[in-house]
Design a protein around this ligand. Structure first.
Ligand code: KIV
Length: 293
């Protein structure tokens, strides 16, 4: 009797962790709240495909964001405005499949793209349903207090929501460019009011992008039930997020000032991501010498 030769893992590349067991406990909203309570920083990174999602998960990232930054990173667009719901669905589906096949544990967030939630809360529910059915655990949407009614509508219907304030890339044309937000007292106070309204509506996460640390840190303290995730917002937020390609040093343009290239000194992509996770958890990233706004 001949024994059949073992089949190769996959035809082209294989995902990490082929064991039937997850490497760690799945990340959930209660686990994120526990991390927050014990002062453990939350790590988030973007991913747009199955392999990078599995590698980021194996490196210990808590949350993976299928960001609409994929418009720039994967599609070569000049902003996120042209990203469609169908493109977000396609990438969310790939990332979710990669995580499932690798027995991943990360919390998966997907961006609602421009024009798919602004019209009405019913439109937002239809769009969020597409992303949740593709495998997301939470959706992210940009905007201030005007989105609170939509946030409440989604949360009441079982869809966890991450809000996004500060530099909101989908409105880059109204903001006049990729600029720091909330520098002046009046703008800072307005952002604080928006953030409180979003927490009140049930948002459990809030990305703060390009916001001065002197605003992001007290805002974090004022939001015990909504975990702030900073990007260019200093060291006082509940967690940090970066765009994967930026932190791997493969951004074709100029990296934003607040980004560190974690590939420097790393031997592999997984090693670079693990270094990012360690640096966020031990508080050495971001470093206030990286930028000061
Ligand atoms: O689209 C994205 O990648 C994002 C992050 C920069 C937070 O929104």
């Amino acid at each position: 009797m001949t024994t059949p030769a073992p089949a190769p893992a996959t035809a082209y590349g294989s995902l990490p962790n082929t064991s039937p067991q997850p490497l760690r406990r799945p990340v959930s909203l209660p686990r994120l709240a526990q991390m927050r309570e014990r002062g453990e920083k939350i790590t988030m990174l973007t991913a747009y495909d199955a392999t990078f999602a599995a590698v980021a998960d194996a490196a210990g990232v808590d949350c993976i964001l299928v960001g609409d930054s994929l418009g720039m990173v994967c599609q070569g667009l000049s902003s996120t405005v042209g990203v469609t719901l169908d493109t977000m669905r396609h990438h969310t589906d790939s990332v979710a499949r990669g995580l499932r096949r690798a027995n991943g544990s990360a919390w998966l967030i997907a961006d609602l793209p421009f024009g798919t939630y602004q019209e009405s809360k019913e439109q937002a529910l239809r769009s969020a349903t597409v992303l949740m059915q593709a495998g997301a655990h939470m959706v992210k949407l940009e905007g201030g207090g005007w989105t609170a009614e939509t946030v409440r509508f989604l949360v009441e219907r079982g869809i966890p929501v991450c809000a996004h304030l500060g530099l909101t890339p989908q409105t880059v044309h109204s903001l006049g460019g990729y600029r720091v937000q909330g520098r002046e007292d009046a703008a800072a106070e307005q952002m604080r009011e928006h953030a409180l309204a979003l927490q009140d509506a049930g948002a459990t996460m809030l990305v703060l992008e390009m916001v001065p640390e002197r605003l992001a840190t007290p805002l974090t303290q004022a939001l015990p039930h909504c975990h702030t995730i900073g990007i260019g917002a200093g060291n006082g937020t509940a967690g940090q997020v970066l765009v994967l390609h930026d932190m791997l040093g493969i951004n074709l343009g100029k990296n934003p000032k607040f980004v560190r290239n974690f590939m420097e000194g790393a031997h592999s992509v997984q090693g670079a991501i693990a270094a990012y996770v360690r640096a966020v958890k031990d508080g050495s990233f971001p470093d206030n010498t990286l930028h000061a706004w």
